[in-house]
Design a protein around this ligand. Sequence first.
Ligand code: NAD
Length: 473
Amino acid sequence: MLPIMPIGPRAENPTAAVERLRAAAKSRAAHPRRMRVHQLRTMKRMLEENESRFLDALGHDLGKSPTEGLLTELMPVRAEIDHALLHLTDWMDKRPVKTPLSLKPATAEVQARPKGLVLIIGAWNYPLQLVLAPLVAAVAAGNTVIVSPSEKAPATAAVLRDLLPTYLDSALISVVAGGKDCNTELLTHPFDHILYTGGERVGRIVYEAAAKTLTPVTLELGGKSPVVVTESRNVMAMARRIAFGKFTNAGQTCVAPDYVLAVGDAAHEQLVRALPEAIREFYGEDPRVSNDYGRLISEEHASRLQDMLAADLQDGAQLLVGGRVDAHHRYMAPTVVTGVRADHALMQEELFGPVLPILKVETFQEALDFITARPHPLAAYLFTDRPRFHRAFEEQVQAGAVCTDVTLLHAGLTTLPFGGIGASGIGAYHGETGFETFSHMRPSLAKTDQVDTLKVAYPPYTWFKRKALPKML
Ligand code: NAD
């Protein structure tokens, strides 16, 4: 384990960072393609040369096993870097668009231009990925960047504060201390874009502050992502995929299945039989001694989940598996609860931990109505053998993403945009979407002055012009 490093001299004062990087943005030093490529390649080298430091820090903050850290933090960032390096030239190229007859001869194009100075505020649950994946997009788009890691994952934040200025060009990228006070100061300044990842409450604070300076925002928030399960032909595959989505990172994943709606008795029974088996396969008889099972971020977070669980068990819900909590050691066993009702504590807010409530509904339509009556989640999952249900789910459910017979993995695809809708967020990133998020997709029009076809649009408006104009579009 790494000792937790102090903030140290490398964490720049927020206002000083803004002033310095604002000037750097004006100099356009981050614009050239070769500079972007150089920074991206260097970031990749930083990940390769310091893999074990990053994995140790993740182990310290969240008890992530090295393999889980690799799979869910380092690999997605590497994939983002490789994807950006492969496509950067295309993304930066001018994109010609058609012009109407009335404007010919002319050239109309859209070109991605760097926005300028951007701020990235990360969350603690994937403290590396949620800072570095947006950084890849912001750098690929040619911006100067201030990175504010979450203070709640201090070991990872310390490694970022140490390594980013060592590897990347400090004239263009700054890492600040992070946390409430630092962000409050940062948010008094105008930026050209802010990408914030975290909960809704702080999301509103960021949005309000950004409104004062007319700064565009991407808000990557959370919500209660549902899983609808109908009777399945391959029960164990279904159970493993749900358990993987739920218990990876001890349930502290923004797109983790939050609760299950089991449609009918048969689906419910299948799930109740298979989920404990899948959990045993993953983490053994005692998950507490499994090297592959993570820890909660804090004692308070463990106590919060423990209290909600206790209240619902007193109020008619039943423990299927797990339930053991040792808040002091930030441990909560993978837990599944049946007999849960919509008015139970576990159903009032995003759980963000390893408790999976199962609710029984009679029909598939009832499940759809349950989901659509609530705020739009960040992801919605369906496990079914019936194409009719699949079509209805895709048609009726509004969520950041919909996935059938799989959980979580859509978040790792560089080819899919990642973001929420409504209460689960504003905007998206990853891959080309991330590049465009941090770019101004600037239109341009150039018209030759050799032939003045525009005359027809100028006053005085004669009878002839009135007839001719509509035909020229
Ligand atoms: P958090 O406590 O790490 O806070 C997020 C960020 O906000 C941190 O950098 C923190 O320093 C900063 N912050 C805290 N108070 C602030 C304030 N008053 N002003 C300005 N900044 C402040 O994370 P959290 O909020 O506990 O995150 C959990 C939530 O994040 C969950 O709802 C989860 O679903 C969501 N999340 C979403 C995504 C996504 O990609 N959509 C990813 C991870 C987590």
